[in-house]
Structures are given as structure tokens and as C-alpha cells.
Unconditional design. Structure first.
Length: 390
């Protein structure tokens, strides 16, 4: 027992000396290459084993022959261990350099290019994270480009739409100023109409900016969708009568809109329904029908507005709710009513913001807006969470 304790003491002293040397080496190498650090760890391990074994062998008073055998075995084992550590360090360094070269491709147009050599588990996980980060950056870049394109289109369309009513206002103001207007009251009424249209465009821009900035303040309450639809139908009835379009607030089965309760901001949802109705009325030809339906589906309430526009090309359906997007036919404003002699025609000068506002408000209520083609037209659907019972 005493011999074992003595051997343990000599081995501990030799290993402790090597360990202290290793701590000093690691402290000096903490900012150096990982391969060099791994090699230093291997050297410390070899020195700890060698010094402890050599100290014990000397204490046991082995013969010179036996001591030489021990030293030879330790030397061979140390060489193999150090060579293995050097190869491991070289492999880690090569993998790190390959990963660093691959990391330079993150965010590039061609996407992340992973290393073409096998990597260790940790480096492989880092490579997978870089690939995911590159994919997210690509998606963000695509969204930014799409938003930039949409923004430029919006500015161009608004500039065009503002130019038309402003030109009309200038012409009518000049006619009134020069005293050549035969019916000044009609000019004044038309000026008021154009000013209201411009005011509506400014209000839409302000609303859209609040939605995109996440500053839309909602005041949700428990309301009946039936009441909101009735209010929106009443507001859209004058435009429908002027266009010769018939409004129907019934379900497809022929019953009235279900009084399904929703937890929503009444003012904002009424605006959503009103925007959908105005969009549908303007797209429906005279003698057409715009139908509104609503029903509860599990934990949601689905409201649909169906028009008679003849349908939207399938390639354009994903862009319908984009800011500023309008179909080709919608880019040419249509007269809203007959113009008097010598007066400019009043036109629809919407800037393509109504449906973008619809989507923004619905998504702010944790809902969803979508559109699909139906027989003879389109069906715009909004899905809102149903109010909890009780």
C-alpha cells in the first residue's frame, strides 16, 4: 500500500509539472490558431504521461536496460500521439478555412455555396446555419426589391392620378375666373367632387402609411358582421345606383347575411367592407350584380364580396393586394357620370390603395384576405376570428 502511494505521489508530481507548463502555454496561445492549441494540448498530455512514468520508473530503481525500454516505449507513443494531434489540427484548420471561404458567399446573388470537403459535426452545423441565414437574406432582398418596385409604381400611378383631377380643377378655376362658365354652379359642384376625391386619396395614403408602419391603433369590440355589412351597403348604394349595379346582401343559399359576431374594430372593418364593395362596383358592368355573403366557419367568420368583372388573369391574382397594383384595364380611369357641356369629365382616380388597405387591416385583426375567380367575376374573401361565446 505504501509503494502504491509513493508511485501515485511521483506520478502526480510529474503530471502537475506538465500541467502547469500546459496552462502557461494555453494562456499564451489563446489568440493563436486552433490547430496550434490542439497540438499544445497533445504535447501537455504526452509530457504528463511521460514525466509521471519516468519519475515512477526511476523511483522503482529499474535497471538501465529496463529504464531504456520504458523510455523507448514512451518515445514511440509520444511521436504517434503528436503526429495524430498535428493531423487533427491540420484537418480542423482546413475545415475552418473552407468554411470561412464559403461564408463569403452569404448574401451573394448566387446564394450560399457550402464547402466541398467533409466537415466535423460542429462546423457542419455552422455551415447549415450560414445556409439558412443566406436563404433568409435572399428572401429579405427579394422582398425589398418587390417593395421598391411597388413603391416606384405607386408613386408613378399616384402622380398620374393626381395630375388628372388637378388639371380639371385648374381648367374649371380658369373658366370661372375668366367668366366663361355658362353654369357656374355645375363647375362648383364638380370642383367639390374632385376635391373630395383628392381628399380620399390622401386619406388612403395616410391609412396605408400607418398600416405599413405598424401604427394602426385598433379599438376592438364584439360586433355583429350583419350590422357592419348593412352599414357598408348603405354607404355604397349611391355609387351602385350611379353605375347601374345591383347590390345583394344575401348568402349563396338565399338567406341574409348571418349575424356572426366578431371581435374587431367596427370602423376599420366597415372600411374594409366598403373598399371591397367600391372595388367590386367599379369593376362590374352596368346591370351587373355585386353580392355580399357572410357565414361562420368553425372559429372564424368568412365574408365574401362577389362581382361581375369577368375574372382576373391567374398570373395577376397573387398581386391583387399589393400596394399600388391595378390591372391593365383599371389604369385608365372611367367616367363616373355624364359631364356637362364645356366641363371636364369626372373620373375614378383611385391609386390602387383600397385592396392593400383591406389586407393590412384584416391582417392587423389576425385575419386573412384572398381572392379567387368565380363564374363571371371574382370573389374577394376576408376571414376574421369569431368572437368567443359568453
Amino acid at each position: 500500500m505504501k509503494d502504491l502511494l509513493l508511485i501515485a505521489l511521483f506520478a502526480a508530481l510529474g503530471a502537475a509539472a506538465a500541467g502547469l507548463l500546459g496552462l502557461a502555454a494555453l494562456r499564451l496561445l489563446r489568440r493563436r490558431s486552433l490547430a496550434l492549441t490542439l497540438f499544445a494540448v497533445a504535447v501537455v498530455s504526452v509530457l504528463a504521461v511521460t514525466s509521471g512514468t519516468f519519475a515512477v520508473a526511476r523511483a522503482m530503481f529499474l535497471s538501465h536496460h529496463d529504464l531504456g525500454v520504458v523510455v523507448t516505449v514512451l518515445a514511440m507513443a509520444s511521436v504517434v500521439a503528436l503526429l495524430t494531434a498535428a493531423l487533427l489540427g491540420r484537418q480542423v484548420t482546413a475545415g475552418g478555412r473552407a468554411l470561412a471561404a464559403a461564408a463569403r458567399t452569404v448574401g451573394g446573388d448566387s446564394g450560399f455555396t457550402p464547402p466541398d470537403r467533409p466537415l466535423g459535426r460542429e462546423l457542419a452545423e455552422v455551415s447549415a446555419e450560414l445556409a439558412a441565414t443566406s436563404a433568409r437574406l435572399a428572401e429579405s432582398r427579394d422582398r425589398e426589391r418587390a417593395l421598391d418596385t411597388s413603391r416606384r409604381e405607386l408613386i408613378a400611378w399616384i402622380s398620374h392620378d393626381l395630375r388628372t383631377p388637378l388639371a380639371g380643377l385648374r381648367a374649371m378655376a380658369e373658366a370661372l375666373e375668366d367668366g366663361v362658365a355658362e353654369q357656374p354652379e355645375r363647375y362648383l359642384a364638380r370642383i367639390r367632387t374632385e376635391v373630395e376625391r383628392l381628399t380620399g386619396m390622401v386619406d388612403d395614403l395616410f391609412e396605408l402609411s400607418r398600416i405599413q408602419a405598424g401604427a394602426l391603433a385598433l379599438a376592438p369590440s364584439r360586433v355583429s358582421l350583419h350590422d357592419l355589412v348593412d352599414d357598408a351597403l348603405a354607404g355604397a348604394h349611391p355609387l351602385a345606383r350611379q353605375r347601374g349595379v345591383r347590390l345583394e346582401g344575401v348568402r349563396p343559399e338565399g338567406r341574409r347575411v348571418e349575424p356572426a359576431p366578431v371581435e374587431a374594430d367596427p370602423r376599420e372593418i366597415t372600411r374594409v367592407i366598403g373598399n371591397l364593395l367600391v372595388n367590386a362596383i367599379r369593376a362590374t358592368p352596368p346591370d351587373g350584380v355585386v353580392a355580399v355573403s357572410a357565414h361562420r366557419d368553425a372559429d372564424t367568420v368568412v365574408l365574401a364580396v362577389t362581382d361581375g368583372c369577368g375574372g382576373i388573369p391567374e398570373s395577376d391574382l397573387p398581386r391583387v393586394f399589393e400596394t399600388g397594383w391595378r390591372g391593365t384595364a383599371a389604369r385608365t380611369p372611367r367616367p363616373t357620370g355624364p359631364a356637362g357641356p364645356g366641363t371636364p369629365e369626372a373620373t375614378d382616380s383611385g391609386a390602387g390603395l383600397g385592396l392593400a388597405i383591406v389586407r393590412g387591416i384584416v391582417e392587423a385583426h389576425a385575419g386573412r384576405a384572398r381572392v379567387r375567380n368565380v363564374d363571371g367575376g371574382c370573389c374577394f374573401e376576408i376571414t376574421l376570428p369569431a368572437a368567443r361565446s359568453g
